[in-house]
Design a protein around this ligand. Structure first.
Ligand code: SF4
Length: 409
């Protein structure tokens, strides 16, 4: 899968920075957050673990030139532990890997994967690691920066602070090869908005350096101010300080009525106005609320396990058993055959698993697509989402209209 022109380099991961690139959007918007996050454990959600695993798979495939589908069913090691590679994960990573290799083939250059960088020349503590970059082969060429996103909420490449931070990292303090233009590409195959799965933005090097000194640098300095204010917004869902954030506590408790301790009164949903239905549904289904709820549970567990009294709550011993599984499958097979029973179930493999098997058996891609693509279908779904001003999807007036739009897209 990998082009012959590729020279892939990797570097040891840098220690986590409290003003790192991956959290740039959050700390640039909320200067108090690095201080409040200090010393707090990062609670990994299942989504975050899947994202970390997908990045580890992408790194393997980019450095080894291997097709992601060949890893389906295997366990991949990553920073957050170990995860089995699913067909969905491999499909998503394939979109990213194919985009990077297609650009490498079309434009040439040198591929750098998970390359560490340090913006200490701009401000101490600014450092991170690029998912992937293609460094131009010629002087004054185009630098290409890639960021893989596993989540569903669409993220734009234009003006993306995380990617601009990455671009400065790849350019360094003095842009030694005289790059004039940078193309930033975000690959997000699971995006709610299909057309945004691969989004690119071209920016001049002058504009990037100006952004570094006029936006990134002042924002980094603000985080050092002990009086820096908390600023809440959609970035809060990625904040480890959610459970101790004074602003979040005020916002949350201020909206709850508490006639007597431990008794919260919720209105009957049928009595709500449509505007309130929309607001409350958006609030309770937002990643922000979900992350806050999990952070609250983690904080409660932490307090109780440290012996701190939490009124109305306590720790008890859990009595439960895990799922049953066979201790010895061969012995089970023998015992069942002696009983005259055959309990084996033949099951058709999923499209991703079949793709993996046929790829391994070297069945040409063209043949696979001609014979199997017409037999694959995807479940049609409609969903309710927050109506963000920058969401390019048109809303539908009815379920029928939403279905019709999806069928004709
Ligand atoms: S939860 Fe939000 S407002 Fe509070 S510190 Fe974190 S980012 Fe800032």
């Amino acid at each position: 899968m990998r082009s012959d022109e590729t020279t892939t380099t990797t570097a040891a991961p840098a220690a986590h920075s409290h003003i790192g690139a991956s959290s740039a959007y959050r700390w640039m918007m909320c200067p108090a957050s690095p201080r409040l996050c200090e010393g707090r454990r990062s609670e990994s959600s299942e989504f975050a673990i899947q994202g970390t695993a997908a990045h580890a798979l992408a790194e393997k495939c980019l450095t080894g030139g291997v097709d992601p589908v060949l890893f389906i069913g295997e366990t991949i090691e990553h920073e957050a532990g170990e995860t089995e590679v699913t067909g969905e994960m491999a499909d998503g990573v394939t979109v990213y890997v194919e985009k990077v290799f297609a650009d490498l083939k079309a434009h040439g250059g040198k591929l750098a994967v998970e390359q560490s960088f340090d913006l200490g020349w701009l401000y101490s503590g600014l450092y991170g690691r690029n998912d992937a970059a293609i460094l131009p082969a010629e002087p004054c060429g185009v630098l290409r920066i890639y960021d893989y996103k596993n989540g569903a909420k669409p993220v734009r490449a234009e003006g993306n602070p995380q990617c601009m931070y990455y671009a400065l990292g790849a350019l360094g303090a003095d842009n030694p090869t005289g790059v004039e233009t940078v193309v930033i590409t975000i690959v997000q195959p699971n995006s709610h908005f299909k057309a945004a799965a691969v989004d690119s933005w071209e920016v001049s090097v002058d504009e990037l350096y100006r952004w570094g000194s006029e936006v990134l640098l002042p924002a980094a300095k603000r985080t050092e101010d002990p009086e820096a204010p908390c600023v809440a917004g959609e970035w809060c869902c990625f904040c480890d300080a959610m459970a101790v954030c004074p602003l979040k506590q005020d916002l949350a408790l201020g909206r709850l009525e508490e006639p007597e301790r431990g008794c919260y009164v919720l209105p009957a949903v049928q009595a709500l106005k449509p505007a309130d239905v929309g607001f409350l549904s958006g609030f309770f289904n937002s990643p922000d609320f979900e992350a806050w709820r999990k952070a609250l549970a983690a904080e409660e567990l932490d307090l109780l396990t440290r012996g701190v009294e939490v009124p109305g709550r306590k720790l008890v011993e859990q009595r439960s058993w895990g799922n049953r599984k066979w201790a010895d499958e061969a012995a089970v097979e023998k015992a069942l055959s002696e009983l005259g029973e055959d309990l084996w179930v033949r099951k058709l493999q999923s499209p991703a698993q079949v793709e993996k098997l046929l790829t391994a058996r070297k069945v040409p891609k063209k043949t696979r697509e001609e014979r199997l693509a017409p037999l694959v279908t995807r479940e049609e779904k409609v969903t309710m989402v927050a109506a963000f001003a920058d969401d390019p999807r048109a809303g539908q007036k009815s379920l029928e209209e939403a279905r019709l739009k999806m069928l004709t897209e």
